[in-house]
Design a protein around this ligand. Structure first.
Ligand SMILES: CC(C)(COP(=O)(O)OP(=O)(O)OC[C@H]1O[C@@H](n2cnc3c(N)ncnc32)[C@H](O)[C@@H]1OP(=O)(O)O)[C@@H](O)C(=O)NCCC(=O)NCCS
Length: 283
């Protein structure tokens, strides 16, 4: 079955709304999509040099993921014992074998169906990877990290402890969060609302990026912001740290308030590489 024909079947069943529930052909189409997502052959967003951000959103794939939620009946997924788990039958947790080449260290982590984990990915417990997410080779997902639905994580990325990568399913044309190759996302960072972090960038511990976060670039003198058409984009190799800016409007000045801001203090240099050297032997 070609991708084009899978796309048209998914679109048809998505448009059918409630009529797709209980339709064996809809389930079949969804399962084909889910298998392709897990194999990494289909993605909710992919690199595209013609796109303004360098990434193209495959809205039909996201519609297919939503179709899976619509047609999946709630089912018990407990392994027995005192703990009980309930979720859509279409989205059970994934299971892996040593042949998959990933490491999921025991202790409460879960990878949901429809997520792709490339070889060499290491997941420290507890961590969660949601449906439609794509995690590329050699990436480390540390304890308490979240990779939200449809988020795209590149090669050799380090998602440090407590890093939260937001997910986005709707609206279907909304770009997911994208973390490109060789990025270090420090501890307790939060990257949300379609933000793109370009190759090699470093987010210092505690940096939060959303569509509303201004990023002050001390090197270029610009202030980076999301626009109506484009998400917030952190430039390649930028070193971003959490900062604050004075409030100059209304009572803010009188009250001496500051608001959160992110600051690009420099671009990655030898010192940064030393500060972010990872324990290769542990991998
Ligand atoms: C960003 C980071 C890698 C430091 O990079 P670096 O290249 O060594 O940075 P430098 O020390 O040269 O600092 C450059 C400037 O940024 C400031 N800065 C650096 N890290 C900062 C931080 N976390 N918050 C605020 N300012 C910071 C420095 O004070 C310096 O400014 P100054 O010249 O005005 O003093 C480091 O701070 C960091 O956050 N590492 C990630 C830690 C982590 O989360 N580990 C997780 C393990 S699970």
């Amino acid at each position: 079955m070609t991708t084009a024909s899978l796309e048209s079947r998914i679109e048809g069943f998505f448009t059918a709304g409630a009529d797709a529930v209980g339709d064996a052909h809809a389930l079949e189409a969804f399962l084909e999509l889910r298998t392709a997502l897990e194999a990494g052959t289909l993605r909710s967003a992919e690199s595209d040099t013609d796109a303004p951000t360098g990434w193209r959103v495959n809205a039909w794939v996201k519609r297919g993921i939503l179709l899976g939620f619509r047609i999946g009946a709630l089912t018990e997924m407990s392994g027995g014992g005192a703990l009980s788990f309930l979720d859509k039958a279409t989205y059970p947790a994934r299971s892996f074998t040593p042949e998959d080449g990933v490491r999921i260290v025991p202790g409460g982590s879960s990878v949901r169906s429809g997520a792709y984990m490339a070889r060499g990915v290491v997941m420290m417990p507890p961590a969660y990877i949601n449906a439609g997410a794509y995690v590329d080779e050699g990436t480390m997902v540390d304890s308490h990290a979240l990779v939200g639905s449809c988020a795209q994580i590149g090669r050799r990325v380090h998602l440090s402890a407590g890093a939260q990568i937001g997910g986005v399913l709707e609206p279907v044309n909304a770009s997911p969060v994208i973390i490109e190759d060789d990025v270090l996302v420090g501890g307790n960072c939060g990257v949300y609302e379609g933000t793109i972090v370009r190759k090699g960038a470093v987010l210092a511990a505690g940096t939060i990026l959303t569509r509303g976060t201004p990023v002050f670039n001390l090197v270029s003198g610009e202030v980076l912001r999301a626009t109506y058409e484009l998400p917030l984009i952190v430039p390649e190799n930028a070193v971003v740290v959490p900062g604050s800016r004075a409030v100059t409007k209304g009572k803010g000045q009188q009250w001496g308030l500051s608001l959160y801001a992110a600051v690009i203090v420099k671009y990655r240099d030898d010192k940064t590489s030393l500060s972010t050297t990872l324990e290769d032997l542990l991998r």
